[in-house]
Design a protein around this ligand. Structure first.
Ligand SMILES: [Fe+2]
Ligand SMILES: [Fe+2]
Length: 349
């Protein structure tokens, strides 16, 4: 594609001389006899290089240069000046002209300078395009990484859900105890003002709360009768086993803390550390209550689900001993219908 040159000079002879010489070099030349004409032309044709006289009738070449730099900083500009006008020529370079030539000039010198400036301009444009494409690539890759991270976190979630379903199935849970307590925990947690990352940790912790039971043998876990002393000790290790498993995994450290304390009781009679009141993480205090809620409202091999009102009464009885009183009060203030929505089932009358 041929390059366009705009020649601005008030002397017709110079315009003719320059344009015929440059057209021989395969440039496409346009001419203007003053600044206003030049600016009009610039609005209609794509110009790569402007050759402009400095001293002209009306506005000067310096004025044109100023306007040019506002229109497009990348247009190459070559100024032509009389010998007596060196200071203005230098001022032009300062204002962004790429080079200047003094009159009288040899035409070969002009052609050589034009070729150099065109070359330089191509390189600048190429570099700009390259940078733009680099930026685009970076943006594209950032978006890809973000997508992958999202997919990964979905994959994590589904892996966890699958794992937990397997655990629930082993304990012959009806439906999914773990998923129900996760929903309940989020409902009660939001009421307590838990939000953002903490709420997510509460949800994950609830989902995985009994993961430590993975290490307990079927003989104990599924034993139909009451457990003896040794079996109880074994059973009571599951919060610590769960903690040991999860605290090794970066994104599950928060849930791991909750799990370690999910069998603590508000009055300090729980396990493993016999923590009391505020010593127990808030998420664990919230979780303990909804775990009990679900256990009581689900059928067990040895008994049927308790009615909702009966369960509520039992929980209120344990206010202050097993459960945080404040959380117990909040629990009773939440309408039954919301719990049923979390459970995805009707709770017994
Ligand atoms: Fe547990
Ligand atoms: Fe549970």
């Amino acid at each position: 594609m041929s390059k366009h040159i705009l020649i601005v000079d008030d002397e017709e002879m110079i315009r003719e001389l320059l344009s015929s010489a440059l057209e021989m070099e395969a440039y496409e030349c346009h001419t203007a006899s003053n600044v206003d004409e030049a600016l009009t032309l610039l609005g209609t044709i794509p110009v790569d290089l402007v050759i402009s006289d400095i001293m002209m009738r009306g506005r000067s070449g310096v004025d044109l240069l100023r306007e040019l730099k506002l229109i497009d900083k990348d247009i190459a500009v070559l100024m032509i000046t009389g010998l007596s006008d060196m200071n203005t020529a230098l001022e032009c370079v300062h204002l962004g002209a790429d080079d200047y030539i003094t009159k009288p000039f040899g035409i070969n010198r002009v052609i050589l300078t034009v070729k150099n400036l065109m070359e330089r301009r191509s390189l600048t444009l190429e570099k700009k395009q390259y940078q733009a494409s680099l930026e685009f690539k970076v943006q594209e890759q950032t978006a890809q990484i973000r997508n992958t991270m999202n997919e990964l976190s979905h994959a994590y979630d589904s892996t966890l859900t699958a794992l937990v379903k397997a655990l629930d199935a082993r304990e012959k849970e009806v439906g999914s105890h773990s998923e129900r307590v996760m929903n309940y925990a989020v409902l009660l947690g939001e009421k307590m003002g838990v939000a953002g990352k903490e709420l997510q940790e509460l949800a994950k912790g609830a989902l995985l709360h009994d993961i430590g039971k993975i290490g307990i043998s079927d003989n104990i876990l599924l034993k139909p009768g009451p457990l003896d002393e040794r079996e109880w000790l074994e059973m009571r290790r599951h919060p610590e086993v769960g903690y040991a498993i999860l605290s090794e995994i970066d994104f599950l450290k928060g849930p791991a803390d909750m799990i370690l304390s999910h069998h603590e009781r508000f009055d300090g009679s729980g396990y493993p550390k016999r923590l009391k009141g505020d010593q127990i993480p808030l998420s664990s205090r919230i979780f303990t209550l909804v775990d009990t809620l679900d256990a009581m409202t689900s059928d067990r091999p040895y008994r049927n689900a308790l009615p909702f009102a009966r369960m509520t009464a039992e929980i209120i009885t344990c206010k202050g001993s097993q459960f945080d009183p404040e959380i117990t009060d909040l629990f009773t203030s939440i309408p039954r219908q919301l719990w049923e929505e979390c459970a995805g089932k009707r709770l017994m009358d």
